[in-house]
Design a protein around this ligand. Sequence first.
Ligand SMILES: [Zn+2]
Length: 96
Amino acid sequence: MAITMVKVTIKCIHCNSANVVKMGKQANGAPRCKCNNCKKTFQSQYINKGALPQTKQLIIKMSTNGSGIRDTARVLDISTNTVLKVLKKQKITKQI
Ligand SMILES: [Zn+2]
């Protein structure tokens, strides 16, 4: 199974476009970016990798493909807690 890893290049979290410009910083110091494609702004760097929408999608995809929580966490380089949290939110936790 091919897994798309999160790239270093900043991409729009809404439309996945690479047509993104930096917008300075937010009040909390997090870098802010604006997408020239869909005109939305977003935070470019997540402190927690597990909070990335792409990571969540991968967790769900791997889970539905029969990967265990530990396998998923190892492959995506995140904690098992993060995997559990996402799966619980999706209500597709089968067995822990
Ligand atoms: Zn966009």
